[in-house]
Design a protein around this ligand. Structure first.
Ligand SMILES: Cc1cc2nc3c(=O)[nH]c(=O)nc-3n(C[C@H](O)[C@H](O)[C@H](O)COP(=O)(O)OP(=O)(O)OC[C@H]3O[C@@H](n4cnc5c(N)ncnc54)[C@H](O)[C@@H]3O)c2cc1C
Length: 278
């Protein structure tokens, strides 16, 4: 029989992790337990992060927001600070899974799974989020784009967990958009997605642009040439088509059961056209 540990605070967690070095960590289990059932992951013991108060909640700290790694997607959606300061992330979470998955799955689990299709990742890249990583004797912060190194790959080292995510409030941005293509409207894994964070003047000139695409490369793809094509230009169809051409050139999608690489490349550009006002 497999042992499952439920530490009640972070001090207990470090002691269980020291005693059970082969145990796997989980939070909601919506990725890990599925992988265990299919045999892709074998774990002699499990340690659950769900009850750790240190990994829960949302805090507004001056110019920054802190999101506890074990906060569920439903917790984040219900939090007015997330709705007010991080509408881009809230839009993405609304499209993630279904109510039961959002009630169990956590933002930390989504980040650590490091799937190119993880819905919270394009917004976190666009927001230049940082992850906070802690072990029994260390603490460090890394930009999320450095933390994730490939599909399912992160810089997490043995003994370390993700405790929180830190994001600077995008106070200048006035266009926050998450666009996702799936095979259907609900419970759909992403075929391609785009997180866009723009500042646009009343005359329609883009003064800053952050763009991040999901599911069109091994990790979230950022395309500086597409951002540069928008910056300083009037946001109209021609400008977006120019940026879309750069995006299609830069992305490196694959064929899989959900869509072909060619379709994903086309859609990566088309998603930008959804930003057209009106
Ligand atoms: C039916 C279904 C539909 C889904 N739909 C979507 C979808 O539309 N979009 C999407 O993005 N995802 C989707 N998912 C995937 C999953 O629900 C999310 O990735 C979720 O956020 C994972 O969070 P979790 O807490 O359940 O992760 P867990 O399964 O608990 O953990 C996932 C991985 O992260 C590690 N981990 C978790 N928390 C930490 C931490 N704090 N520190 C270190 N390591 C940690 C675990 O060891 C494990 O390797 C779906 C899953 C299912 C089963």
């Amino acid at each position: 029989m497999r042992k499952v540990f439920l530490p009640r605070n972070i001090a207990e967690l470090w002691s269980v992790m020291a005693d059970e070095p082969a145990a796997r960590i989980y939070a909601g289990g919506t990725d890990l337990l599925v992988a265990m059932r299919s045999g892709a992951v074998v774990a002699p013991a499990l340690i659950c992060l769900e009850r750790l108060p240190e990994l829960q909640g949302v805090r507004e700290e001056g110019e920054e927001m802190w999101l506890g790694a074990a906060s569920t997607h439903a917790d984040l959606l219900a939090n007015h600070l997330v709705g007010r300061h991080l509408p881009l992330l809230a839009q993405a979470i609304r499209t993630l899974g279904s109510p039961p998955i959002r009630n169990m799955g956590t933002i930390g689990g989504n980040v650590c799974t490091a799937s190119p299709a993880g819905d919270t990742l394009p917004p976190l890249y666009a927001l230049a989020a940082e992850v906070e990583l802690q072990s029994a004797g260390s603490f460090r912060r890394l930009p999320v784009r450095e933390f994730i190194t490939g599909p399912g790959q992160t810089r997490l080292v043995t003994g370390e967990i993700l405790t929180g995510i830190r994001v600077r409030k995008p106070v200048e941005a006035n266009c926050h958009r998450f666009e996702k293509i799936g095979q259907r409207r609900a419970l759909a894994c992403c075929i391609a997605s785009l997180a866009a964070l723009l500042t646009v003047t009343p005359a329609g000139v883009v003064t800053s642009a952050r763009l991040a695409w999901g599911s069109v490369g091994p990790t979230v793809m950022e395309v500086p040439a597409a951002e540069a094509a928008l910056t300083g230009a009037v946001m109209n169809r021609d400008t977006l088509l120019r940026a879309a051409a750069f995006a299609r050139q830069a992305v490196t999608p694959i064929d899989d059961i959900r869509a072909s690489a060619a379709y994903r490349r086309e859609v990566a550009g088309n998603l930008l056209l959804r930003l057209l006002p009106g």
